[in-house]
Design a protein around this ligand. Structure first.
Ligand code: FES
Length: 128
């Protein structure tokens, strides 16, 4: 595949677009380590941020079963074995890297993944 270099103007447009799309600071990732989970409220929306290995994941903190928050204690979202995100209400299990429900009353559904940008230890979202 041949890569065509972008002009400076195109690069500036892309940079501008990405800055406009991800303008809201969700949280800092300072001190995050493997299996860190964090619940955050931004603009009346609830989010969960998870680090697994060196990857970050952001989801809406809303169980697809009946639409309530997932955590059983503040910032505690994982099952005992720390393999899945677990809903505290009826125990549904969601894959950390996809949000897909593999067990529980909402099997086959998913929690909603949120697009984000990670820059300078900060997670930015569109805030929509
Ligand atoms: S509310 Fe989450 S499994 Fe029922």
């Amino acid at each position: 595949m041949i890569k065509i270099p972008l002009s400076t103007e195109q690069e500036q447009e892309q940079e501008q677009e990405s800055k406009q799309s991800y303008s809201e600071t969700l949280c800092s990732t300072e001190g995050f380590e493997n299996k860190t989970t964090k619940g955050i409220t931004l603009n009346n929306q609830q989010y969960v941020v998870i680090q697994k290995d060196s990857q970050l994941y952001v989801y809406k903190n809303r169980c697809p079963h009946i639409g309530i928050n997932l955590e059983y204690q503040p910032n505690r979202f994982l099952d005992k074995e720390e393999q899945y995100i677990q809903c505290s209400n009826h125990g549904a299990l969601f894959e950390i890297d996809t949000g897909y429900c593999v067990a529980g009353p909402c099997s086959g559904k998913s929690i909603i993944a949120v697009a984000f940008q990670h820059t300078n230890n900060t997670i930015l979202v569109s805030g929509e």
